[in-house]
Each structure stands twice: as C-alpha cells, then as structure tokens.
Unconditional design. Structure first.
Length: 111
C-alpha cells in the first residue's frame, strides 16, 4: 500500500483541501512553493504512463480538480501543474499525483 493509499484510507493524516468520490487534494508536506497541493485519484494508478484509455475521463476530472483547488487557493495570477513519471522523472510515490504550485513566480526550465 502506497503512502497516498494510506492517506485515502485515513491511516495517515493529511491537510485535505478537497475531496470527492474519485479524488483527493491535500497540502504537500515538503512544499516547493507557498501553495503546494497534491491532487490524486483515490483509485491507485502508478503514474500517467500507466493510465489506460479507460482512465481518460478520470484524467480530465483530475485536471479539473487542479483548476478548482487553484482557484480556491487564490492562484489567479498563475500556477503550475506538474506530474512526475518514473524514477528519472522524479516520481517518489508510485501513485499518480499532480502537483499544483503557486503564490510565487515560476521559472523555466524547471530542472
């Protein structure tokens, strides 16, 4: 069971900012920006690369949740949505998650 599955199951506490029947959004415990949220599907999917065609609607829903929590956090001046895929891509938890980062100017390239 991944760390995020334990958060969904309420076995590990998290600062949850949004929840519906398919998704959960919570504050990152090691924020890289003044606002740093993680948006995850409740159903475990290893990464974006592991998503299947039947997950397409869920992927759109996750991005919609990213937009919704960004608005609720007052990120109207701009924000970044990122997902890391695999070890070389910087993925540290094998459960699909989108980072929503904001309240500071983002730079490019990101790293």
């Amino acid at each position: 069971m991944t760390l995020f599955e334990k958060i969904v199951a309420r076995q590990i506490p998290a600062d949850i900012v949004y929840e519906d029947d398919r998704t959960l959004a919570f504050r990152d415990i090691a924020p890289q920006a003044p606002v740093h949220l993680l948006v995850i599907p409740k159903r475990p999917i290893r990464s974006l690369a592991a998503a299947q065609d039947e997950d397409t609607e869920l992927m759109g829903h996750l991005l919609g949740v990213c937009r919704k929590v960004a608005a609720e956090e007052g990120l109207g001046a701009g924000y970044r949505v990122v997902t890391n895929i695999g070890e070389d891509g910087g993925q540290s938890v094998d459960h699909l998650h989108f980072h929503v980062l904001g309240k500071r100017r983002m730079t490019w390239p990101p790293g």
